[in-house]
Design a protein around this ligand. Structure first.
Ligand code: ADE
Length: 418
């Protein structure tokens, strides 16, 4: 079997971690159990480019249980959990190409390795796999029946590809399922981002001036949790409706220039480039902490930071101190990469269960509906989204109310008023 992981010495640690999160992923595990005999993905070659975590391992084993052949590479050079990669190779016979801290060249070599087994389905997180495949073109591209995309940034890239008529096969935007972004983006990112920051800095959030840049589902979750831990939260947002929502949710709303001078802790989650840059660094307080929870390491302009700094040193694991020409010190966490995955373990399995159940069922949907699909970005079919919510509630032993016949009739009538 072809693979490239860091060290097979940590296999048993990885296996125990996978077993641990499995307890919190009953929906994916239930789907896998149902697939054991039916094998709906028999022989389907899936190339996955995801964060290599214990939750991803549970998804990979479910796909294998469904009969698929899976190859996995990392969707971020710094998010791989090496012991999980090793266990997937050794214990589960899955080809993994991922090493925590790999350089850019190795990152793309790993994507090539995953593509080289001629996938029929791509499963992406951020669209680097799809983008690389489309730039290569040729027979490889022709053999793909469809793909899935996990995250907001990836969906934005795919929509751009579709808009420019460059997308060559259908992709299901898992991110846009309600059972994905309402839970994973909001509560998953909300909790794991703060967890990453706290793990590596050991700071107290209570009373701290925390600036959240971007008020999408991730930003909402981070601000909510930061307020809950006693931080004073300001939001920076370009969309007037979202800015108003942020204000009425109980946050301050500031421009980036105002926020730069106000904050102690900065968290970017915009999906955009250079949202904190040169002009802002000079306004910051001595000791300001910068972190990013958006998909790519482009939100904090690190090139600018390097340019305006006279000194850089590592002061703790995953914490770099930059000293500016004006003598102030700025601390950058996790090299500006996803702080929840580089400084902690990513979203908890409880929410990844729903995201990955959508992934698994979307792959099955692609296989079964391939002839009906065009090269477009599709939302997850509503029946899958609803089924994932039902399965999750059932796993939590939560019973919900049912409409009576009279209520169904009332909702479908237009004649009845007061
Ligand atoms: N994205 C965010 N958290 C994750 C996790 N725990 N596993 C895989 N992908 C993730």
């Amino acid at each position: 079997m072809d693979y490239h992981v860091s060290d097979l010495a940590f296999v048993s640690e990885g296996r125990k971690k996978i077993e641990w999160v499995q307890r919190e992923m009953p929906v994916v595990s239930g789907i896998a159990a149902g697939w054991k005999n039916t094998k709906p993905l028999q022989g389907v070659r899936i190339a996955a480019c995801l964060h290599v975590t214990s939750e991803t391992a549970v998804l990979m084993t479910a796909l294998k249980e469904g009969g698929a052949e899976v190859r996995l590479c990392a969707s971020n050079p710094l998010s791989t959990q090496d012991e999980i990669a090793s266990s997937l190779v050794q214990d589960f016979g899955i080809s993994v190409f991922a090493v925590r801290g790999e350089d850019r060249e190795t990152y793309y070599q790993h994507i090539e390795s995953v593509l080289s087994f001629q996938p029929q389905v791509t499963m992406d997180d951020g669209a680097d796999l799809v983008s690389t495949l489309h730039q290569k073109g040729g027979n490889l591209l022709a053999g793909v029946m469809g793909g899935t995309e996990e995250t907001t940034t990836g969906v934005t890239r795919l929509r751009s590809m579709a808009y420019h008529a460059k997308l060559r096969y259908p992709v299901i935007a898992v991110n846009d399922a309600d059972t994905k972004h309402l839970f994973d983006n909001r509560y998953g990112t909300g909790q794991s981002t703060l967890e990453g920051i706290l793990r590596v800095t050991h700071i107290l959030l209570s009373g701290r001036r925390c600036v959240v840049v971007g008020y999408g589902w991730c930003g909402r979750g981070i601000a909510l949790r930061a307020r809950g831990m006693g931080a004073r939260v300001a939001v920076v947002e370009v969309d007037p409706v979202k800015a108003l929502e942020a204000l009425m949710d109980g946050n301050e709303v500031l421009s980036m220039t105002q926020a730069a001078a106000w904050g102690d802790l900065f968290i970017t989650v915009t999906g955009d480039i250079s949202v904190i840059r040169k002009e802002h660094f000079f306004l910051m307080n001595d000791g300001a902490i910068l972190s990013n929870s958006g998909h790519f390491n482009v939100e904090i302009d690190i090139e600018d930071l390097e340019k305006v700094s006279v000194n850089k040193r590592s002061v703790r694991s995953m914490v770099d101190e930059y000293t500016l020409a004006n003598g102030k010190r700025i601390y950058l966490l996790g090299e500006g990469r996803l702080v929840n995955l580089t400084c902690a373990e990513g979203h908890p399995p409880m929410v990844m269960d729903m995201s990955f159940a959508n992934q698994a069922l979307s792959v099955q949907y692609i296989k079964e509906h391939v002839s009906d699909l065009r090269p477009e970005v599709y939302t997850v079919p509503q029946e899958i989204d609803q089924e994932v919510a039902r399965l999750k509630l059932s796993s939590l032993s939560v019973e919900i109310e049912k409409l009576t016949e009279k209520q169904i009739q009332y909702l479908s009538s237009w004649e009845m008023g007061t």
